[in-house]
Ligand binder design. Structure first.
Ligand code: NAD
Ligand code: IPM
Ligand code: MN
Length: 356
């Protein structure tokens, strides 16, 4: 029997609340299907760890994470206690150091879920944001100068490499080939004349290899509007690190809410572990109340199962989530009254339902 070593990093705020529930679902589907084991190691890093140790994670945290088959993360950030750029550093470092360059963030409006847009059903919102996750605007390249002086300034330089752009575009085209054969590059080449002109040029090169995929490009400002007025026109959306970040929250909300939006940080070459986490953050405004929606974490768990080659288990989890949502029950963010735990109980009931 194959045993998978899973590092679980629940983090802060609602991170531990939704992670516990996602792990419960993973354990349930494992017990149902058998044939594989998940050996889970909890990593108690984050704001509480900081209070005791003066850092959010041990200095060798990357060495600790490297041997695992996958990393499952809840959410990081305790903004009223610690500045975000400190709590979030392990997350960004893990993505970059483990070359998890493909961040895959599907947004799909499930039957039974209301979108803030006047649309209903997955034919209206069914897109995937593919975010370049290893470079771009997120590299630690820059500095603060003349600190405290009236002339103080900061430099923050984005790095867009030919290799980085090419590989994420290829990843996007390959994904589009398995979907509706459409790809939109998010650009801003009308103002950012170096970085995004390079993105545009590489799109023209890479698309040659995928003649069946209809590819276009949109400036990020127009794309933001088009996500709202024409969500059905998007299939695979490829963007730089920052544009992908912004558009994945927008994708999440038009797909019914951030509480439903999963994500995967993939190292497609499998040289390092990949990492699975909800798109959302630690949601301090609702943390500790037991009302966070666990679905984004649970669907991130399904993405992890699929990445591990456990497709039957992944499908089962997705079907149970869909069945639950179609019963029009949910946590308060979905207009429902269930607690985090009750919502998971409903999903587990559907997982266990005969014939599911
Ligand atoms: P957020 O995603 O935490 O919350 C945005 C809004 O969505 C809030 O109103 C919140 O209540 C709601 N929401 C999010 N997840 C929900 C869920 N599962 N169920 C119900 N409602 C949910 O974004 P924010 O408020 O900008 O950030 C809070 C903290 O999280 C900050 O410290 C930020 O840096 C951090 N953050 C971390 C990650 C991550 O760990 N991957 C991602 C985004 C933000
Ligand atoms: C996300 C988050 C992170 C990001 C932050 C918390 C560093 O917003 O995963 O979407 O910008 O990548
Ligand atoms: Mn984000």
């Amino acid at each position: 029997m194959q045993t998978y070593e899973i590092a679980v990093y629940p983090g802060d705020g609602i991170g531990p609340e939704v992670t516990d529930e996602a792990v419960r679902v993973l354990e349930t589907v494992r017990a149902q299907l058998g044939g594989f084991a998940l050996n889970i190691t909890h990593l108690p890093w984050g704001a509480d760890y900081y209070a005791e140790n003066g850092r959010v994670a041990p200095p060798d945290f990357l060495d600790i994470l490297r041997p695992f088959d996958a990393i499952f993360l809840g959410a990081l950030g305790a903004p009223d206690r610690i500045p975000d750029h400190i709590t979030l550093e392990p997350l960004v470092r893990t993505r970059q150091s483990f070359d998890q360059y493909a961040c895959v963030r599907p947004a799909r409006l499930f039957p039974g879920v209301r979108s803030p847009l006047a649309v209903e059903g997955s034919s209206e919102v069914d897109l995937v944001v593919v975010r370049e996750n290893s470079e771009g605007e997120y590299v630690y390249c820059g500095g603060r100068f003349k600190v405290g002086e009236p002339e103080e300034f900061a430099l923050q330089t984005a790095v867009h490499t030919r290799r980085g752009i090419e590989r994420i575009l290829r990843f996007g085209f390959e994904l589009a080939m398995t979907r509706r054969q459409q790809l939109t590059l998010i650009t801003k080449s009308n103002a950012q004349r170096y970085g995004f002109v390079l993105w545009d040029e590489i799109l023209e090169e890479v698309r040659e290899g995928y003649p069946s995929v209809k590819a276009d490009k949109q400036h990020v400002d127009a794309a933001t509007m088009n996500f709202v007025r024409w969500p059905e026109r998007f299939d695979v959306v490829v963007g730089s690190n920052l544009f992908g970040d912004i558009l994945s929250d927008l994708g999440g909300i038009i797909g019914g809410g951030l509480g439903l939006a999963p994500s995967a940080n993939l190292n497609p070459e499998r040289e390092y572990p990949s990492m699975f986490e909800p798109v959302h953050g630690s949601a301090p405004d609702i943390a500790g109340q037991g009302i966070a929606n666990p679905v984004a974490a649970i669907l991130s768990g399904a993405m992890m199962l699929e990445w591990l080659g456990l497709n039957a288990a992944a499908d089962r989890v997705r079907q149970a989530v869909e069945a639950t949502l179609s019963q029009r029950v949910g946590t308060p963010d979905l207009g429902g009254q269930l607690s985090t735990r009750q919502m998971t109980d409903r999903i587990i009931q559907n997982l266990e339902a005969k014939g599911n």
